[in-house]
Design a protein around this ligand. Sequence first.
Ligand code: KDG
Length: 316
Amino acid sequence: MPEVVALGEPLVQFNAVTDGPLRHVTYFEKHATGTEANVCVALVRLDVSCGLITRLGADEFGLFIYNWLRGESVDVSHVKFDPERPTGIYFVQRNYPIPGVSDVLYYRRGSAASALGPDDVDPDYVSGARVFHTTGITMAISDTARSAAFKYLEVARSKGVTTSFDVNYRRKLWANVDDAINVLSKALNFADIVFLDEDEANLLLGISAIDDVLRELRSKFGINRAVLKLGLKGSVAYWEGRIVKVDAFRVPVKDPIGAGDAYAGVFLASILRGHDVEKAMRRASAAAAMVVMVRGDEENLPREDDLRRFLEGYGR
Ligand code: KDG
């Protein structure tokens, strides 16, 4: 049984090779991505076993993702192929109109993964894990995927498996903001470890001052392990009574997409391998920096040796 089990939708990413509006882009690079898949690959690169529960289209893109994940040693025993629905894809527009910011254009409605549902829940699979991880994206892609996510969170909790939740609010995936607030707030009630950014804190709690956010997560949702990702300003964690701040690493950015997943995956891997929270945050920040230096979310996810070399050669 894998140490970490994740639930969510892998996607094929078509990343613009050149900067500027997609209407003028001719060449795209194909990558295996999707937030929970990214986290799985971050974990397995650091030798923490991880399985992904998902559905893929029985199509070329589904096979591409399946082979990629299997090649990375992600456990694919709970990946199902859907002969009717396609694998979700999306396109990335880089550095336009705002330098350093990427935009996404999804083609995922009705995808195979959006048909994930409570029938996909395997209590035995998750109960053997140490951590169950999912995100607000899985909560947003369909009602059935959301039910599966909540069911997994409940089962994990009842079996004493630590639940990890990355808010990952994506406005384009929600019919309206109120739905998002309701569902994502409900999810926080089931989360032992939470990752969120300042905008998400503002959305869910109506505040963004760091100390207030961490206090509110604790008092309103009983969360004792939260990581607030602040982009170039670094990250702050409230971890079992301790507040820890870590700076971000400044690197040349090709595409910021995937940084949050690199952070979450490497942070979880580091905690599971017994690093203290500050070291886990430094390692996670390093991985996030490494990932934004290239197109694609997973290619630059570090192995232990890469992480060591980055931290020795670039870290303070
Ligand atoms: O976090 C990176 C992801 O956003 C990206 O790979 C695509 O999972 C994705 C999504 O649903 O936005």
